[in-house]
Design a protein around this ligand. Sequence first.
Ligand code: SF4
Length: 535
Amino acid sequence: MTMSERIDPKRPGAGEISYDDAAATPVERAVEPAAPDQAEGTQPDGFGCHAPADRMEAQARAAGNGEILDQFAKDYPRGPHDKPESMCPAFGSLRVGLRMRRVATVLSGSACCVYGLTFVSHFYGARRSVGYVPFNSETLVTGKLFEDIRESVHDLADPERYDAIVVTNLCVPTASGVPLRLLPDEINGVRIVGIDVPGFGVPTHAEAKDVLSGAMLAYARAEVQAGPVPAPQGGRSDRPTVTLLGEMFPADPMMIGAMLAPMGLAAGPVVPVREWRELYAALDGRAVAAIHPFYTASVREFQAAGRPIVGSAPVGIDGTHDWLAAIGESCGVPAAQIGAAQNAFVPAVREALANAPITGRITLSGYEGSELLVARLLIESGADVAYVGTACAKSPWSAADCDWLESRGVAVKFRASLADDLAAMDGLDPDLVIGTTPVVQAAKQKAIPSLYFTNLISARPLMGPAGAGSLGEVVNAAIAGKARMEHMREFFDGVGSGDTAGVWEGDPNLRPEFRAHHQKKLDKAARAARAQEMI
Ligand code: SF4
């Protein structure tokens, strides 16, 4: 075949432009796709994330999912924003499942949601397929979708390949009450874990990680109660372990392990885990360190297993000192051994901080759950942190960090919205803004040096002496780049903004009448929806 034959979409029979043989990769079909149903088939997509959350929620309650939503409301309290302001929350649970060995993941949701989720998961390096059970209005309302999911799970349940299959209901199937709880608990020895992760019930993708981790821990706990379970691949520690809750930079669990050693303890598995057997080891820990404070459902399982939970983390001087004491006490370690651990590591943290001082005013925000910990480290490094915003809710496990920061005059905002983060940036005159993508973008437009929290701060060690000096270099380099940011702003000056951004040969074609017309349509739809509610 010539290249022109390959890329000419008008060639008879050519449905797609192809540049390589990727399209020839065989696709595993657990279930044949539903017959095309264009008129109704678009219906399940609804308004996607823009659907009114209260109506989706009412529909889910009417469909029998009230209990799940009530539990979400308790676990992940909302406000001020009640729907995702960044990425689809289901990405969190999807990523947790995709990172686990011998675990298959299947999504049930609108095609557009699944497209976005699989795109992002592969962008972030998922090296395996995401299963998808397609549906249309008919299969949704007749219950055929549930049958299709069940069939796909049966087809997939090969014990040679999988320990578990995770099936996730996205917004529309949750609102329609597709009953994943009715799936069998296991098929051929493969565990089946069904979860609902709707955007109108789970506020952030961080908390969605907890939804899946909590569900898997509940499953594993029931297995432990039922009888002996296998040890993790890497074997069991000969010392009592501390389970670590929250995704961390890979060196952090090792650093924590070194700090626990003088107390006769070892670092246990990190939850979210990487293989099913680690769940048993996690439940077997002497105590649980809630390094990230939003794992409410997981904490519930650990508490049911009788494990004490310790908040905050060994970051900075005070943080390391207090955390070692709290962990030691919760594990019944004698005071002398706790003191030995503190004496071994707190001076090292102090020295590392002194060697990497930071000068400048910083506003900080993110959705990882570690924002308060990073702020503590920055302050002990000498920075003036004026504002900390986190997309996560306040929890008992972040209370000590919040008190520590507020006692130093820092404005701490839980469930911070993008508007909060931008207002802090505008009002507090920072030398550096650490934040999410839209915050960093806004900072760049104002020529304020900025760093992405997720890519540049979360991807560094934070714990103990190793974490103490890790932020200085990147933060100081960013603050020193102010002149470069000014130059960049000058360079891009005059290229327009919003829908007039770019280089235009003539004047941008604004067509405000189109916008006004569309706005009228939206207003009319909103009025009709309000009238419907009154009926
Ligand atoms: S599943 Fe995610 S992407 Fe789809 S509508 Fe819900 S929140 Fe939006």
